[in-house]
Ligand binder design. Sequence first.
Ligand code: AMP
Length: 415
Amino acid sequence: MKYRAIKGTKDILPDVSHQWQYVESIVHQTMQLFGYHEIRTPIFEQTGLFARSIGELTDIVSKEMYTFTDRSEESITLRPEGTAAVLRAYIQHSLGEHNSLVKMYYIGPMFRQERPQAGRLRQFHQFGAEVLGSSSPYLDVEMMLIPVTIYTTLGIESFSLYINSVGCSKCRPPYKELLKTELKKIYDQLSPDSQRRVEQNPLRVLDSKDESDRKLIANVPLLLNYLCNECSTHFEKVQSILNMLNIPYNIDGKLVRGLDYYTKTAFEITSTALGSQDALAGGGRYDGLVEELGGSSTPGVGFAAGIERLLMALEAIGNLRIESPSPQLYIVALDDEARQYAFKTAAELRSKGIAVELDYLERSIKAQMREANKLQSRFVLVVGSNELTSGKGLIKHMESGQEFSVDLNYIELPM
Ligand code: AMP
């Protein structure tokens, strides 16, 4: 029996993990620039938290969650997204009591039992941010600006921003009824998935991926034309801020997103460098969610972005050639005594912050030199009985071939 990673999950192998570390470092740096602090919540939570916040009728909750009963008979779910747990922590630790505005970000794995395909996994990784305590439209735009800044820092230019307003508890319910009436007129021609949504979640019919559905709903009324004053003023402000920043965007009146908690702004960022799964990031405002989860009424806005998709976009544009870390010095040892010297010296140099590699396989000098080359070590020091007797050795700078004499008891790298 050979065990394999579970379908839809992937090992991030040692030859590519530095690419992840690089992207993650840009995420951490950018979040810091914008004044966000990292929050790390558990990977699993009570199932009710997700059902309550994401919505019972969404695809995520109704068919994609990894839910199990633990040994205490409690229903547990592996987090399918980041927002619910961040808000749970915000409420549990009364974070809003100490600061009127709380800016947080996260980075880590999420779990959804979707049909695996290129760019769609069952364990995938997201980074995202949440701001709680303000209904300022500047923060809606900040949620777009953070991923945009990360993409441009990494050299990804080929992305598009789509924005919409999904209204609030005042203007959405009457629009929902109107949409339902319209959809019932074409009910028989809709796909089975959309038919199921007409009664309970009609807005989701708008973002159906089914071609024939899309034609049928081409001219249904859009919520954008039925927003209350507050929502439409907010939406206009978001647009004027984007204009001020010269960030190009498209208004997509059919963008509703797969999570039920959004109010007012919803947005998505897609990339033409990706295939059919072209969404890089998405987010929006969720002014009622903290209250829904038992906290006091607190406005909030956030975004989440996929890391696998980001890496795919980087690969597509040829920007994934991030160098893997290499040693500063490789010590080639020719006999037992030299191996002992190499191990001791490596420990000393590493304690001073110098990355050193050596041979553990008692290989020939030639094989050790080959290894040093393969690892792209900057310098190589060859040590045998002659060097140990004289206490002196030659350090070679691999790129230039230049050699420097060093004291074996006190090694200093020439540059
Ligand atoms: P969502 O939480 O569904 O709004 O997704 C936000 C972002 O996470 C998407 O734009 C994708 O980049 C990424 N994402 C969502 N689901 C998956 C998945 N199953 N596999 C890989 N990436 C995903």
